[in-house]
Ligand binder design. Structure first.
Ligand SMILES: [Zn+2]
Length: 160
């Protein structure tokens, strides 16, 4: 760390301690060059993820938007709001760990769909139908197909 007094890059840490309720580390440093002391703080980098939308417009990532979308999909389904918040938090954590500064909105939609598929199949299909803007019935059926269990298939009536 360059010394703010003499700009030498020759210091040693005298003391390190947590501050700001553990959200930062304060280090007291000693410059071996000019013998003066200075302080540095280490914090987690502020999160400024940009979402790239289909029309190439960028907007700041907001977890609340995911929560609202999932809430709509889960309307009148037996899902506790706590689970919705957990899903949104998990998506945010995945984005933070896998993407540096930008993420396509389509990728976020896919992450949410994967989470919903495990949570509730009705909510999943609702979200998928809005999210993917199904153009025809075939698309919708294709979306449903992976959700069918073998027992469902054996009970289904042959249209012919
Ligand atoms: Zn110095």
């Amino acid at each position: 760390m360059l010394c703010p007094h003499c700009t030498a890059d020759n210091d040693r840490v005298l003391d390190s301690r947590a501050c700001e309720d553990g959200r930062a580390i304060r280090r007291r440093r000693y410059c071996n060059q000019c013998k003066k002391r200075f302080t540095t703080y280490e914090r987690v980098e502020q999160y400024a993820m940009q979402v790239v939308k289909k029309d190439d417009v960028r907007e700041p990532f907001q977890r609340e938007k995911i929560e609202r979308g999932v809430e709509r999909a889960c309307w009148k389904r037996p899902i506790r709001s706590e689970r919705i918040r957990e899903l949104a938090a998990q998506v945010e954590a995945d984005i933070q760990s896998d993407y540096e500064s930008e993420i396509p909105s389509t990728v976020i939609g896919h992450m949410v769909m994967q989470g919903l598929a495990e949570l509730d199949q009705v909510a999943y299909v609702r979200f998928a139908s809005v999210y993917r803007e199904f153009k025809d019935v075939e698309d919708f059926v294709a979306e449903l197909a992976p959700l069918r269990t073998p027992s469902d298939a054996s009970e289904s009536v042959d249209p012919d």
